[in-house]
Write a protein that binds this ligand. Sequence first.
Ligand code: NDP
Ligand code: GDR
Length: 323
Amino acid sequence: MPKSALITGITGQDGSYLAELLLEKGYEVHGMVRRSSTEKFDRIEHLRDRITLHQGDLLDHRSLTDALRASKPDEIYNLAAMSFVAVSWIQPTLTAEFTGVGVTRILEAMREVCPEARFYQASSSEMFGKVLEVPQTESTPFYPRSPYGVAKAYGHFITVNYRESYNLHATSGILFNHESPRRGLEFVTRKITWHAAAIRHGQIDELSLGNLDAERDWGYAKDYVDAMWRMLQQDKADDYVIATGETHTVRECVEIAFDEAGIGADKVDQYVKIDPQFLRPAEVDQLIGSPAKAKADLGWEPETSFEELIRLMTRADLGLLKP
Ligand code: NDP
Ligand code: GDR
């Protein structure tokens, strides 16, 4: 019998790569999608005839139990969330509902329908926020700096609590930023690579950004979904940091993208305008994760460097926008 997996957030960046990985491994793949007046399934269009989709929403308990009953999963990957940090200040309560309490709803549904399944929670380096230790590990205390980070900290602790209270196989993956050509255009790396390509093709002549000095530990989404799968293959559920252990600035990202696009790494100040609307009410400090435990226990290591990542994203956008 092939294993069955249910992915919430299958239409997102990570959901689409994880679905591909699980299909390659012979899984029966189910995805939960929410109803919309216009279907936006671009990232999974190429997989549509190989996966089964179930209507559901993290706000609706009944739809969660129905999706679990129908998919009978051995593994549940809870990737659905309001995932854009900047919007969490604009919709703080909704973010808490989806990204925080939504985790309790799906854990409760799992307890009711399939308590023997294995559960993965998509936790985030945003929980570290105001950094108390560098690099950050599984035992670094949290000090979130956005409503999103606060909601994710709730999601993390409820996952740990259900593991300890009900002996569920519930794992929290604390993933640092990970990007790809499928990244949403509102996130900074993809915004940069898309604009670099559009500037190169003569379609626009400006890129508006916020804090160029912000630093992140950026990896490749394809590498990171492999870590999610590895976590659920462990006999014991646990928490794992997934990161590269390196940090880079937004400015470096622009320089690499401009170089790859043939604009020139030295042309940042010519094209980039600082727009205060992209500054955040509170910024996180220096995020650098230690993947040491993931390497030791899961045999996982990042395979794609930051520079390779930004170059491959830029090439993808150059192709996409080619006139
Ligand atoms: P995306 O924003 O690309 O995808 C989010 C997914 O969640 C989409 O499929 C979206 O559906 C779905 N979703 C949102 N709200 C609901 C809801 N109420 N009910 C059901 N589905 C919902 O995010 P990523 O793929 O980048 O991230 C996946 C997860 O990992 C998220 O939880 C994110 O917070 C977390 N994470 C991401 C990191 C990263 O760097 N990418 C790092 C650390 C954690 P729809 O298409 O309908 O909008
Ligand atoms: P982040 O990603 O908030 O870390 O959350 P994002 O790409 O939005 O921001 C990264 C850094 O870049 C700075 N920045 C800008 N950001 C955006 N979006 N737009 C800009 O114009 C801009 N200019 C500078 C930001 O201030 C920030 O410092 C991502 C999401 O995927 C979360 O879901 C996930 O949990 C975390 O990564 C880990």
